[in-house]
Design a protein around this ligand. Structure first.
Ligand SMILES: [Zn+2]
Length: 101
């Protein structure tokens, strides 16, 4: 297991882990529950983190994540829950509804 990167929030950490797993790199979100005790530790130490299982694949994982964040942004608003979706996602991360065509 190796720490790859901290994410600004749990939703994004989960997206990153899913993206990496989809790309063939086993990844998981760590400290996902730490925000529940936010206030007891410094905020920059309670962000969720994405970890990969295979230490040797950290470069591949970074490249994969770079591809995710560099993908053309297609902002859309979920017609179901009104969540604003940013990035290359065709499903609402909040409720799972498909992007309107
Ligand atoms: Zn939604």
């Amino acid at each position: 297991m190796r720490r790859l990167q901290a994410a600004p929030n749990l939703a994004i950490a989960t997206l990153w882990a899913d993206w990496l797993s989809g790309g063939g790199i086993a990844a998981s979100v760590q400290r996902a529950n730490a925000q529940a005790i936010a206030g007891q530790i410094p905020p920059d130490q309670c962000l969720p983190e994405v970890w990969i299982e295979d230490d040797d694949r950290v470069d591949a994982a970074r490249a994969l994540l770079a591809g995710l964040t560099a993908a053309p942004a297609r902002d859309w608003v979920c017609p179901h829950c009104r969540e604003r979706i940013e990035g290359p996602f065709e499903e609402c991360w909040n409720c799972g509804a498909a992007m309107p065509r």
